[in-house]
Design a binder for this molecule. Structure first.
Ligand SMILES: Nc1ncnc2c1ncn2[C@@H]1O[C@H](COP(=O)(O)OP(=O)(O)OP(=O)(O)O)[C@@H](O)[C@H]1O
Length: 327
């Protein structure tokens, strides 16, 4: 698939998650389709955190949900370890989903308001047939692990807790199934700023303790930079750039990544602004994405070639891949 080849997929023996040529299209009206994700490739090695970055509407959540098969992608492959999720029967998929869990942006509405914390956290255990004291002890242990006191929250319902506490419950619920991969879709963006850092720290600690791989979806560059090993930048359903997160403000070269980074204040913005001109804020319609490079209508570097040919993802440095004709 042009525009985001498999080059950036690292050659390691074991991968927690391997996504190839992922396409998500939604029907819109009688003849049109929303091109939400157009050929995404991604690999996640055990213990790694990859951030998926991009502005609202660029397809981050659609990609994350398609990896969960919620719903299944239009086409493409999603391998969890050695298991191809797109080919599983509904029953086998339910079992496999224990190993790939997702936490959502709005923790309060993703929890059943009528159920108590103990039931919400313990519901997945039915899959494994846990009962009685085993079940209670496991729920207590997991609540402690996410920083909640079981004696205090056991009988509470979601509306009796803060957003941060509800997100901890969601994380506990996911951990109960002993996942290998946790997809976090904007997990802190609906929370108070003071609570955001606590939840990010919890995710980092949890990753270490439970040996997870994390996919961290966000539009917040600073959060991705803090928590991820690598960042993948999406624009209108396509990958623009993949690079190590640590020094991305210095190393990024794709004009779209630099535009995103320019929304970070202070010195980081200065670094990102060097060499770029201001560009339009309009995201083109995903019903009819621009020809060639999808970013060309907003790109300060665009040339005729960008309308004619789609740039493929090519390696420009160690672990650094860019899809652009002009950098
Ligand atoms: N169920 C759906 N039916 C039709 N179009 C959809 C559906 N879900 C998402 N879309 C469209 O697909 C595109 C990508 O949406 P998506 O939510 O994946 O982007 P995003 O980057 O996660 O944005 P946000 O951060 O706002 O959630 C958008 O144009 C959106 O309107």
């Amino acid at each position: 698939m042009a525009g985001s080849g498999t080059a950036h997929m690292r050659s390691v023996d074991s991968r927690a998650l391997t996504v190839s040529d992922l396409v998500v299209r939604f029907p819109a009206g009688r003849k049109q389709k929303v091109h939400a994700v157009s050929g995404l490739n991604l690999d996640l090695v055990p213990g790694e955190t990859v951030g998926i970055l991009g502005e609202s509407g660029c397809g981050k959540s659609s990609a994350g949900r398609a990896m969960m098969q919620l719903p299944a992608p239009t086409s493409g492959s999603v391998r969890l370890g050695d298991v191809e999720l797109t080919e599983l029967s509904p029953r086998a998929l339910r079992q496999a989903r224990a190993k790939i869990q997702m936490i959502m942006q709005d923790p309060v509405s993703s929890l059943n308001p009528r159920r108590k914390v103990a039931d919400l956290v313990g519901e997945g255990l039915a899959i494994w047939g846990y009962q009685g004291t085993d079940r209670k002890a496991e729920i207590e242990r997991t609540l402690h692990a996410v920083g909640l006191d079981p004696a205090v929250v056991w009988d509470r319902r979601p509306h009796e807790m803060s957003g941060g506490q509800c997100q901890r419950v969601c994380i506990a619920r996911a951990l109960m199934l002993d996942p290998d991969v946790l997809i976090c879709d904007e997990p802190v963006s609906s929370l108070d700023v003071s609570v955001q850092a606590q939840i990010l720290n919890l995710l980092e600690r949890t990753k270490q303790r439970y040996g997870l791989s994390l996919l961290f979806i966000a539009h917040d560059v600073a959060a991705v930079k803090n928590i991820s090993d690598r960042a993948m930048v999406l624009y209108l359903g396509k990958t623009c750039e993949v690079l190590p997160s640590a020094n991305m403000h210095v190393r990024s070269v794709h004009p779209y990544t630099r535009l995103l980074l320019s929304s970070i204040p202070d010195a980081v913005r200065e670094a990102a602004d060097q060499g770029t001109r201001s560009v339009s804020n309009e995201l083109p319609s995903p019903l009819a994405p621009p020809s060639g490079c999808r970013f060309r209508t907003r790109c300060p570097l665009a040339t005729e070639q960008c309308a004619e040919a789609e740039p493929t993802l090519r390696e420009v440095g160690d672990g650094h891949y860019v899809a652009c004709h002009n950098v």
